[in-house]
Write a protein that binds this ligand. Structure first.
Ligand code: CO
Length: 141
């Protein structure tokens, strides 16, 4: 078993969060769990219930952030996979010992707990988010 215990969510960058929510909720039938602005990351995010996992729709709220540049360069689509870990310090130490390139050298506070991103080059082109959920906030809610 990997230290990545569960696929917490798939992050998808979109141009227009309202339009994306209309598609995912009204057409696909997903239920909106949480919609939240994250000013320090210059994004607005919405989490949709996907059973044991979730879909995170992410809309940049500026034109300079990494997410905004991703959208400009690559268009809408899958941006990252987020895996839950039991201990983010330990997970980062393991990632570092494997020589995998990090985006965040130390964990930072995310929406549902402490997070750190691993560079896409480390995983054949896919940005990976590691999440240690805080308190009783197990699974999404
Ligand atoms: Co995420």
């Amino acid at each position: 078993m990997s230290m990545l215990t569960r696929l917490d969510h798939v992050g998808i960058v979109v141009n227009d969060l309202d339009a994306a929510l209309a598609t995912y909720c009204d057409q696909w039938g997903f239920h909106l769990v949480q919609r939240v602005a994250v000013p320090d990351q210059h994004v607005e995010a919405a989490f949709l219930d996907a059973g044991n996992s979730a879909v995170e729709l992410i809309m940049p709220t500026d034109s300079e952030s990494g997410t905004a540049r991703f959208l400009k360069n690559r268009g809408e689509g899958v941006h990252h996979l987020c895996f839950e870990v039991d201990d983010i310090e330990e997970a980062l130490a393991t990632v570092r010992s494997q020589g995998l390139r990090l985006v965040d050298e130390t964990p930072r506070q995310g929406i549902h707990g402490r997070v750190a991103f691993v560079h896409p080059k480390a995983s054949h082109g896919t940005l990976i988010e590691l999440l240690q959920r805080s308190g009783n906030d197990h699974h999404h809610g």
